[in-house]
Design a protein around this ligand. Structure first.
Ligand code: SAM
Length: 247
């Protein structure tokens, strides 16, 4: 999978993603990241890419021409119908479902704004998706695109060690993941639940499912209504006296 990032700070992208699992995926050729410096496409001597906003007001706005030319420089390589994702606090909030959807693409282009944002005309011209990483304002789109690339990359086949590593994971079925434990079996007087040491796969799976349900009800009750619950799950929810939450 190829990620192209149009940015004023290409090293932020390449340096950050060169570590850990994404770094290994790049080395193994499972993903490819190309950060394109928008400033390289500035046509003025000082390499300015921003100017004052028409109509006045604070801050600077990124000019359309360098952004458009940066996009044009990779358009062919990335393919004609490639999605162009503008990172903006005004976009749809990113979530796991969107990560799954994007992970099916072969190429994605990210556009990172800075200052007060980007001239609207170039956004209208090239952008297909507007995505936010939450209801807060960052100084630039770089960290936001890094988060998206990280979340999408780990869903690309072969990027994680074992495919099943993300199968029970939080949000995969609108449920949060069950609690995890590793050695030692006792830490500060707290023991790992007996069932996990029993070696009984059926009981372990049942316990994990129930813990997922309990956790989701406690921590993210908004999710549970959209979870795919079996008859057994519903019986369990009734047993713990929380059936009102799924009505
Ligand atoms: N003036 C813009 C507004 O109020 O909508 C905010 C501009 S922000 C200071 C600069 C850039 O950071 C944006 O163009 C965008 O690329 C990025 N950015 C800021 N917050 C973000 C968020 N929550 N999600 C994704 N990108 C964000």
């Amino acid at each position: 999978m190829n990620f192209f990032v149009l940015t004023l700070f290409p090293e932020m992208i390449t340096d950050t993603l060169s570590h850990s699992i994404t770094g290994r995926a790049i080395k193994d050729g499972k993903i490819n990241i190309e950060a394109v410096n928008i400033r390289d496409f500035s046509k003025n001597k000082q390499k300015h890419v921003d100017d004052y906003p028409y109509g006045g007001g604070a801050g600077m706005v990124m000019q359309p021409q360098p952004v458009y030319d940066a996009y044009k420089s990779i358009e062919q390589k990335a393919g004609k119908n490639t999605r162009v994702v503008y990172m903006t606090p005004q976009g749809k909030t990113f979530n796991q479902k969107m990560a799954e959807d994007f992970s099916k693409e072969e190429n994605i282009i990210f556009l990172c704004g800075h200052y007060e944002g980007i001239d609207e005309r170039v956004i209208e011209e090239i952008v297909t998706d507007e995505v936010s990483i939450g209801d807060f304002v960052l100084t630039g789109g770089e960290l936001a695109s890094i988060m998206m690339i990280d979340a999408i990359s780990r869903l690309v086949p072969g990027v994680l060690g074992k495919e099943e590593s993300f199968q029970d994971e939080s949000f995969s079925d609108n449920l949060l993941e069950y609690p995890q434990y590793t050695r030692p079996a006792e830490f500060m007087g707290k023991k790992v639940p007996d069932v996990l040491l029993s070696g009984h796969h059926g009981n372990i799976a049942k316990w994990r499912r129930e813990q997922s349900i309990i956790r989701t009800i406690e921590k993210r009750p908004d999710l549970i209504k959209n979870a795919e619950l079996s008859k057994k799950d519903i019986k369990f929810i009734e047993k713990i006296g929380k059936s009102d939450i799924i009505k």
